[in-house]
Design a protein around this ligand. Structure first.
Ligand code: 2DT
Length: 212
C-alpha cells in the first residue's frame, strides 16, 4: 500500500445532461491531477475513433438509422472494446477521467422506453467506477445555456426524460454536484473528492465490476 509502483489508478466518471459542464470539468480535473504529478488520462464515451464508434457517430449525426436496441448494444460494445486497455491502465497506476460511461448508456436508452434491466445487462462485467460525479442541472437550465447542436438527443423534451432516468441510477459511488454553481466552485469540490478517491485506490481499494 501507499505510493508504490503497485498502487492502482482510479476510475472516475463524469455524468450529466448535455451542457451540464462535464467536458470542461473533465479537462480541469485532468490538469489538476497532472499538476500534482499523477499519471492520468482523459477518456470519453462514445469513443468515436473505433469502427464501432464511427457507426455510433453516424447514428448520432442522423446519417444512419438504427433500431433502439441495436444502437444500445453498439454503445455497450464501444465500452467493451476498451475494457482490457482500461484495466491495464488502472492496474499500472494510471487514473482515468471518463466523460460519460454506462450510466449514459442506460439513461439515454431507457429514456426511449427500453427496460432498465435490459439496458444494464450488456454492461455487466465492465469495470465499475470508483467515483461518479453527477453534474446536476435542470433540463430547462441546461437548454438556456444554449449550444445544443444538431445531434440526435439534443432536444429539451428528450433531455427531460433522460434526467428522470438518471435519477434511478444513483448508487454509493455517486457524488451529486450542483452544476449551476460557478465553474471554479464546482472545480474545487471535484478536486477534493477526486483526491480522496485517488488515495483510496492507491491504498488498495479493489477494482470491481458493474453492477455491484
Ligand atoms: P457526447 O455529446 O458526450 O459525445 O455524447 N450516449 C452516450 C448514449 O446514448 N449511450 C451511451 O452509452 C453514451 C456513452 C449521450 C453523445 C450522445 O450519446 C449519448 C449523448
Amino acid at each position: 500500500s501507499g505510493c508504490n509502483s503497485e498502487s492502482r489508478g482510479a476510475l472516475v466518471v463524469l455524468e450529466g445532461l448535455d451542457r451540464s459542464g462535464k467536458t470542461s470539468q473533465s479537462s480541469r480535473l485532468l490538469t489538476y491531477l497532472e499538476g500534482l504529478g499523477h499519471s492520468v488520462e482523459l477518456w470519453r464515451f462514445p469513443d468515436r475513433s473505433t469502427n464501432v464508434g464511427q457507426m455510433i457517430s453516424s447514428y448520432l449525426s442522423n446519417k444512419s438509422q438504427l433500431d433502439d436496441h441495436t444502437i444500445h448494444l453498439l454503445f455497450s460494445a464501444n465500452r467493451w472494446e476498451k475494457r482490457s486497455l482500461m484495466e491495464t491502465k488502472l492496474k499500472t497506476g494510471t487514473t482515468l477521467i471518463v466523460d460519460r460511461y454506462s450510466y449514459s448508456g442506460v439513461a439515454f436508452s431507457s429514456a426511449k422506453g427500453l427496460g432498465d434491466e435490459w439496458c444494464k445487462a450488456p454492461e455487466i462485467g465492465l469495470l465499475a467506477p470508483d467515483l461518479v460525479f453527477y453534474l446536476d442541472i435542470q433540463p430547462e437550465k441546461a437548454a438556456e445555456r444554449g449550444g445544443y447542436g444538431d445531434e440526435k438527443y439534443e432536444r429539451l423534451e428528450f433531455q427531460r426524460k433522460v434526467s428522470q432516468c438518471y435519477q434511478v441510477l444513483h448508487d454509493a459511488s455517486w457524488k451529486i454536484v450542483d452544476a449551476c454553481q460557478p465553474i471554479e466552485d464546482i472545480e474545487k469540490q471535484l478536486q477534493e473528492l477526486v483526491l480522496e478517491c485517488v488515495m483510496a485506490c492507491q491504498k488498495g481499494k479493489p477494482l470491481a465490476n458493474l453492477w455491484s
